[in-house]
Design a protein around this ligand. Sequence first.
Ligand code: FEO
Length: 382
Amino acid sequence: MKYIGVDDLDIDLFEGQYEVPLGVSYNSYVILDEKVAIMDTVDATKTQEWEKKLEAALAGKTPDYLIVQHLEPDHGGSVEYIMGKYPNMTAVCSQKAVAMFKRFFDEDFTDRIQVVKEGETLSLGKHTLQFLMAPMIHWPEVMMTYDQLTKTLFSADGFGKFGALCKEEEDDEGWACEARRYYFNIVGKYGAMVQNLLKKAANLDIQQICPLHGPILSEDLGYYIGLYDTWSKYEPEDEGIFIAYCSLHGNTAKAALVLADLIREKSNVKVSTSDIARDDLHEAVEDAFRYDRMVLCAPTYDGGVMPIMDDFINHLRIKTYQNRKVGIVENGTWAPAAGKKMREQMEAMKGVTIIYPIVTIESTVKSKTVEDLAELADALLA
Ligand code: FEO
């Protein structure tokens, strides 16, 4: 198997929304056997660079199969081009992908598609590819591929990570940090599907995982699979308290940071804070899922809650945030309403327990506010 993926350092936002300061990789692979198979393509902005790598790997051979595990444009963006270049190549994909071919591509490839179902195999010679349907990880047509010879799982978006491969050494927070941000923001809603996939994968002897983003994983696979198991069960990965705050004039921010200090004074529990208006909101989503407790701190705004906090809570709702303890701190000068709004929104989520007291800051942090925050800190640590 040869890696022929490309790094994208030109991208500003992945999927038009996620910050990727270290870029992203679009992974693609070639398996050279009696028959030659290409495993996925890359984003259309990188077709030429990918094609050069593909040609070098093929060394004059002609590919027989294009295994299309996922048709989202970051992977399917060069399918139409490469199918045109190799007119005898067959695309291998799930039934759900067939309709997407027609939606994405002008050319009709119907006669050149081989549909595979759960568990079906395709022999390339020594290599036998076994297909595992993986719907909603993270589109409905997704499948994964297990190479029985090399015991490699080609895992589509699963086990993917933000960050170009050429920047891996600069990512000193390790695999989990950007893999977690990727998982909860992109795959997070579909934990049940990931659990199904993990159950199927448990029956396979996997020695190597080749995702469509990020590094190939070949050592300590139990670590990565264990994290995916925790994440997809919506269980907290770490004990700790994440404080998400926004602030109009700095007073709510001050209260959030006082609360963080009080917790640190009272315990060794890890505390993480984020100014969600200034820091990466998607990293805040990641931290909300990472820890077992969270505190939301926001001012009242137009009779409700400051819009960025509404946005953050909506992100959590979409990603099915659940089974966590949540504290609330509101601010309001004449008619505090943010606390009630945040409480109602969080109580609508499965298994969320509100930790009392809900603290009300009446404009600025006073000694009474500190007393109330200390009471909330005690309740969070109880
Ligand atoms: Fe990497 Fe769902 O695309």
